[in-house]
Design a protein around this ligand. Structure first.
Ligand SMILES: C[S@@+](CC[C@H](N)C(=O)[O-])C[C@H]1O[C@@H](n2cnc3c(N)ncnc32)[C@H](O)[C@@H]1O
Length: 177
């Protein structure tokens, strides 16, 4: 096993039949650099495959203002660090821009029923990023905490439908030389 920065692995060109990443590009600034490294690592004719979200597409029914506001805060906070929470939508184009061909796209969404481990993902993400969001000056602490508590109460109701991010699986082939 090799542990390295995905932007610069120091592995040889064309080493692999497949390079794949899941939920990585949405967490880093300059994601094109990781993708370029993945392309470099696959052999001609090899495949690069990505699984990334459009996390801005999360929904509930009934619609919740707390969900809308907290998603907006997370998106704004991420953008301030150069992170694109909707990058999944861009991945087919990013693959083409790397010169790959034969691009395939498979969209996925999930419902998170009561008791599902991902049902509370949004308040958990906000709580993890709480100090950084507050440091951005985007919202007072008391308002943020009240929004999170209120969202948790709404998501605890079994009648609230919680729908995931839109996930885009996109894969493409490196031209044979
Ligand atoms: C949300 S986790 C996804 C983990 C796993 N791929 C999955 O789908 O469950 C994001 C992952 O990106 C990795 N990561 C972030 N920046 C990276 C970089 N520059 N090079 C390599 N990995 C990186 C982190 O180590 C972390 O494991």
């Amino acid at each position: 096993m090799v542990e390295a920065d995905g932007r610069a692995t120091a592995l040889r060109d064309g080493t692999f039949d497949l390079a794949t990443a899941r939920l990585v590009l949405t967490n880093v600034p300059r994601p094109e650099e990781i993708l370029a490294e993945m392309v470099r690592l696959v052999r001609p004719g090899g495949i690069v495959a990505l699984h990334e979200p459009d996390a801005t597409a999360q929904r509930t029914e009934p619609p919740l203002v707390e969900q809308r506001d907290l998603l907006g805060l997370l998106n704004e906070h991420a953008a301030m660090s150069g992170i694109d929470r909707s990058i999944g939508l861009r991945t087919p184009r990013m693959l083409r821009e790397q010169g790959l061909t034969d691009v395939h796209v498979h969209p996925l969404v999930h419902a998170y029923p009561p008791g599902h481990s991902r049902r509370m993902l949004l308040p958990e993400f906000v709580e993890n990023a709480r100090e950084r969001i507050l440091a951005d000056g985007l919202i007072p602490a008391a308002d943020l905490d009240a929004l999170v508590a209120s969202l948790r109460r709404q998501l605890e109701k079994p009648t609230t439908l919680v729908v995931s991010s839109l996930f885009i699986q996109a894969w493409a082939r490196k031209a044979s030389s």
